[in-house]
Ligand binder design. Structure first.
Ligand code: 8YV
Length: 326
């Protein structure tokens, strides 16, 4: 590290233990109010900074990256997804981008499974009914849902989180198939008892529970458009814990409203924190407010990764979680 302490701008409030470690190690500029910063505020606050720590709520597009002070050499993202950063523009400016993989895998998979259970077992609908005081008591035909056991799970994106979802689904007796750009090693497929489907459309037609776990890139924008949503069986449910933009939300709302799909469990949205109003009106959708990595364990570990990436970059020019430059 340089003799003077490196200057680090953090755009959102981070867990206290992480902020205090950063205060000890760096000349750190924190966002105590935790109000998302506009592009101009980021540019001004980054004056003289070596590193910026962004989150998913910042948009580091080519225009903002071009305006960053020359001193900025690293964007140490707090989070694994980097779709909010224009990687090509960063590379062109000689700015390295890092992220925080692995540490949030299990917690994000847990949220996927929570939604997978909550939707077909109608848990949130039930919670609303009990709270309303209108529950009339048990009956053989009351609030009957569907079981997960034996149902066909289709996973789009079989990276770390997709595989963690598959491991959990095995415990629920689901039959696992996946669509991924690359087929997994045979041993991994065997361990997960998962079948590769090269053709996404074919997989969709044979899927009861669809879990989206791929990154959001220009290629995956609206990957689940109206045509593909219509390939799913009528009693299928859709779970999205990846990025909202991968599903055409308006098309999803239409399919759910007219019974072409049975339900959806969503943790992410196309225009967060706004949610498609047509979806909000539906009882067969369970919403979570982007909770994938929201455990104290994940958030601290993400912060530790950010610190390791900053020091790895400044000391050895070799951060452990360097995102492939484009
Ligand atoms: C994070 C996520 O909380 O890591 C990600 O990509 O989607 C979330 O779980 C968020 O990105 C923090 O920046």
């Amino acid at each position: 590290m340089t003799a003077t302490r490196p200057c680090v701008l953090v755009t959102r409030a981070l867990p206290q233990d992480i902020e205090s470690r950063m205060r000890d190690m760096f000349d750190v500029r924190l966002n105590a109010d935790d109000i998302p910063m506009a592009a101009g505020e980021i540019v001004a606050a980054a004056s003289g900074a070596d590193v910026i720590v962004p989150t998913v709520t910042d948009r580091f597009d080519a225009e903002l990256i071009a305006r960053l002070p020359e001193t900025v050499r690293l964007l140490a993202n707090f989070g694994v997804g980097v779709n909010h950063i224009d990687l090509a523009a960063a590379t062109a400016r000689g700015i390295v981008v890092t992220n925080t993989p692995d540490v949030l895998t299990d917690d994000t998979a847990d949220i996927a499974l929570s939604l997978m259970l909550a939707v077909p077992r109608r848990l949130v609908e039930g919670d609303r009914l009990v709270r309303s005081g209108a529950w009339q008591g048990w009956s053989p035909t009351f609030m009957v849902g569907r079981r997960l056991t034996g149902r066909r799970l289709g996973i789009i994106g079989m990276g770390r989180i997709g595989q963690a979802v598959a491991r959990r689904a095995l415990g629920f007796g689901m039959r696992v198939q996946y669509h991924n750009r690359q087929r997994l090693a045979v041993e991994v497929e065997h361990a997960l008892d998962a079948t590769w489907q090269e053709d996404l459309d074919v997989m969709l037609a044979e899927t009861d529970v669809l879990s989206i776990n791929c990154p959001y890139t220009p290629e995956t924008r609206h990957l689940l458009d109206e045509r593909r949503l219509n390939l799913l069986p009528r009693d299928a449910i859709v779970i999205n814990t990846a990025r909202g933009e991968i599903i055409d939300e308006a098309a999803l709302a239409r399919c759910l409203a007219d019974g072409r799909l049975a339900g959806a469990g969503l943790d992410v949205y196309e225009r967060e924190p706004a949610v498609e109003p047509a979806l909000l009106a539906l009882d067969n959708v369970v919403f979570a407010p982007h909770l994938g990595s929201a455990t104290s364990e994940s958030r601290s570990a993400m912060g530790e990764k950010v610190i390791a990436n900053i020091t790895g970059f400044l000391v050895r020019n070799d951060p452990p979680d360097c995102v492939d430059p484009q």
